[in-house]
Design a protein around this ligand. Structure first.
Ligand code: GTP
Ligand code: MG
Length: 193
């Protein structure tokens, strides 16, 4: 699949405010700073389509992007951002779960895991929750360019073993893994709504 067009559509705070697009949708989840927004930018060959930052923002919104007029990619704020107040965290958690559980067009979630670190408890919690609601998960190890080839292979194997799934190594910097992801997205598009 070639990316011909990519555009930002809108941001919504919760499910009831999410527009209905009648297109298959894929959402990115992962800890704060793992590289979700960068993942989108690399996928669509655009530097700043999705907003990235070194310091995670406080805005908790569901961000919608349209690709090739036939797929919606959703950028979600990361989990595990400790600087938010308890009540803000709880409110976002509720909105996030409601979106994931009840968004009819959501076909799959892409969970990003930082290749430099072990799988964290909140990654596992999120997966267990998604599995309970039978939401398909694609697992990606990000920032693979920051470690040596040897370490990268070890890390991917580790994540794969811990979660008992196939893991796609990815780098927003070098584009490693991009073609494999595009193939998977292409298959999701073919399956339709
Ligand atoms: P939140 O929206 O805060 O949850 O973060 P995020 O998951 O969207 O992360 P974001 O894409 O903003 O990236 C966070 C930082 O990691 C930025 O400084 C990116 O440039 C950097 N980064 C992301 N992906 C990669 C990668 O594959 N390689 C390298 N070297 N840096 C990356
Ligand atoms: Mg982001």
């Amino acid at each position: 699949m070639k990316i011909l067009t990519a555009e930002f559509l809108t941001s919504s705070d919760c499910l009831k405010n999410c527009p209905i697009y009648n297109l298959p949708e894929v959402a990115l989840i992962g800890r704060s700073n793992v590289g979700k927004s960068s993942f989108i930018n690399t996928l669509v060959n655009r530097k700043n389509l999705a907003r990235t930052s070194n310091t995670p923002g406080k805005t908790r919104l569901i961000n919608f992007y349209k690709i090739n007029d036939n797929l919606i990619i959703v950028d979600l704020p990361g989990y595990g951002y400790a600087k938010l107040s308890k009540s803000e965290q709880q409110k976002w958690q509720k909105n996030l779960e409601e979106y994931l559980k009840n968004r009819e067009s959501l076909k799959s979630v892409i969970q990003l895991i930082d290749a430099r670190h072990e799988v964290q408890n909140n990654d596992i919690q999120m997966r267990t929750w998604l599995e309970h609601y039978e939401i398909p998960i694609i697992t990606v190890a990000t920032k693979i360019d920051t470690i040596s080839k040897n370490e990268a292979a070890k890390s991917v194997q580790n994540i794969s073993k811990t979660l008992n799934v196939e893991v796609i190594p990815f780098s927003a910097k070098t584009g490693i893994g991009k073609q494999e992801i595009l193939k998977i997205l292409s298959a999701i598009i073919s399956q339709g709504l």
